[in-house]
Each structure stands twice: as structure tokens, then as C-alpha cells.
Design a protein around this ligand. Structure first.
Ligand code: ADP
Ligand code: MG
Length: 254
């Protein structure tokens, strides 16, 4: 058995005096898709941001690829990593947000090649070739010279996915990637995500798309008030939830 990609062990996070995450336990195995469900404000985005070390956890342990996120342990003492090591950890993780956050003054191709060229020191030719390959993979060959404003929301989100993949991540985090899209554009983005899952990418997906969660997830975790109150197979969590809060949530979104 290989080490799991993500292990959250009683992860806690506060903002001021408010506990946002409370002893969150979650294991994400390599090659698996975990969907995180839960009402607004339950801590889903905060958890993803902790995995990517955009937020620092206050208690518990969080490991990605076997390494503590943001720390190195010597004996029983934790030492905070320096910026360079944090950047190295982060570069293994791709993140896709609700808002695509593309650079408006860059073409699709330039959006995708910017980080590989700057961070991975790829040559222009290498980065361009790979970006074209990725654009094809997300169904956007021929759009390489389009600017974000010339693309639909669904197309922009697919460029954002290609941009994340260009960094060759081991883990992809999606935070409500289809929530800002017009309904008719949701399917094309979910279809790209499904293909990505089929290639064996490890993914954590925060979503309200229950069809996607039911079909693609290996595991579903349901967050409520900063706690994982239920987790298991899609059949178990969606089909036969044991918690009243999960049932109430599902009855609203299904
Ligand atoms: P979700 O993604 O499930 O909707 P979030 O993780 O965004 O939930 O937020 C969980 C809670 O943490 C919310 O009550 C939110 O207001 C609070 N919160 C999120 N970010 C911050 C912050 N930077 N400072 C203070 N409170 C925050
Ligand atoms: Mg959120």
C-alpha cells in the first residue's frame, strides 16, 4: 500500500476566537476522488486552503504525499518551513477556484505557460507544446490565442484546469468549480474533470453537483459546522445517510 496522498488527523483551524475546522479527519488515497459536501460556511474552502497551505492549521496534523504541510518534524518538535520549501510543497498541488482567476491580458496559451516557464524553468517551446496538448485535452484546441474575455465561462474554467495541470500536480483541488457557471456550461467542465479522474489523478472536489459526486467520487465526506460528520462511499452517504444533517442537506440539493 502506498502512503495516502492526504491525511488529515484532527485538523483544527480558528479565525480569531471562532473554530472553523474541528478535529477534521480525512484520508485521500492516491488515484481517488473525494467529494466534499456541506452547507455554505461549513469549512470546505478553508479545508482546501489548509491542504494547499494558504491557511495555517492550529492543531492536529496534515500530511500531503507523506510530508507535513508547512512543517518539518524533528523528534517531537515542529519547525515551520521556509518560503522556498512551502512553494515546493505547493507546486505539487493544483487548485481550481469558483472564479477562474485567469490573467485577463494573457491569451489562453500564455495563461497556461506562465507558471511552468517561471517556476519550472521550461523553455518556451516545451511549455507551448505542453499547453497545446493540455488545451486539446480540455477540448479547446484552436483557442490558444483567445483572451479570457473572448471565451465563455465554461471555456475559461477549462483553461484554468489546463493551467493547473501544466504544473504536473500530484493532487488537484477543486473549490466549487462550476458554481459560477451558467447551467448549460456546467456539463463541459464536469466532463473534463471526469476525464481527469479516469486518468488516475487524485482529486478533492468541493461541489454541489450531486450527479457528479455520485458517479465519480470514490469517497464522499460531509462537513457541517467544521466537522466531518459523515464519510463513506457515494452509495452510503448519498443513498443512505446516517446523519440527520446530511439528510436535510441532501433533501435541499437533490
Ligand atoms: P464553505 O467553503 O464551506 O462555505 P468556508 O471555509 O469558506 O466555508 O468558511 C467557513 C467559515 O469560516 C465561515 O463562517 C466563514 O465566514 C469563516 N471564514 C472563512 N475565511 C475566513 C477569514 N479569512 N477570516 C475569518 N473568518 C473566515
Ligand atoms: Mg467555499
Amino acid at each position: 500500500m502506498s502512503t495516502p496522498m492526504v491525511i488529515a488527523d484532527k485538523v483544527g483551524k480558528r479565525f480569531g476566537h471562532t473554530e472553523i475546522l474541528k478535529e477534521v479527519d480525512l484520508t485521500v488515497r492516491r488515484g481517488e476522488v473525494t467529494c466534499l459536501l456541506g452547507p455554505s460556511g461549513s469549512g470546505k474552502s478553508t479545508f482546501l486552503r489548509c491542504v494547499n497551505h494558504l491557511e495555517r492549521i492550529d492543531s492536529g496534523r496534515l500530511r500531503v504525499g507523506g510530508e507535513l504541510v508547512g512543517y518539518r518534524q524533528e523528534g517531537t518538535v515542529l519547525h515551520e518551513l521556509n518560503e522556498k520549501d512551502i512553494a515546493r510543497q505547493r507546486s505539487r498541488i493544483g487548485m481550481v477556484f469558483q472564479r477562474f482567476n485567469l490573467f485577463p491580458h494573457f491569451t489562453a496559451l500564455q495563461n497556461i505557460t506562465e507558471a511552468p516557464r517561471r517556476v519550472l524553468n521550461e523553455s518556451k517551446e516545451e511549455a507551448d507544446d505542453r499547453a497545446r496538448e493540455l488545451l486539446t485535452r480540455v477540448g479547446l484546441s484552436g483557442r490558444e490565442h483567445h483572451y479570457p474575455a473572448q471565451l465563455s465561462g465554461g471555456q475559461q474554467q477549462r483553461v484554468a484546469i489546463a493551467r493547473a495541470l501544466a504544473m504536473r500536480p500530484e493532487l488537484m483541488l477543486f473549490d466549487e468549480p462550476t458554481s459560477a457557471l451558467d447551467p448549460e456550461l456546467v456539463g463541459e467542465v464536469l466532463s473534463v474533470m471526469r476525464d481527469l479522474a479516469d486518468t488516475g489523478m487524485t482529486m478533492i472536489v468541493v461541489t454541489h453537483e450531486m450527479g457528479f459526486a455520485g458517479e465519480v467520487a470514490d469517497q464522499i465526506a460531509f462537513l457541517d459546522g467544521g466537522r466531518v460528520i459523515e464519510h463513506g462511499s457515494p452509495d452510503a452517504v448519498l443513498g443512505n445517510p446516517s446523519h440527520e444533517r446530511t439528510r436535510a442537506f441532501l433533501s435541499k440539493v437533490l
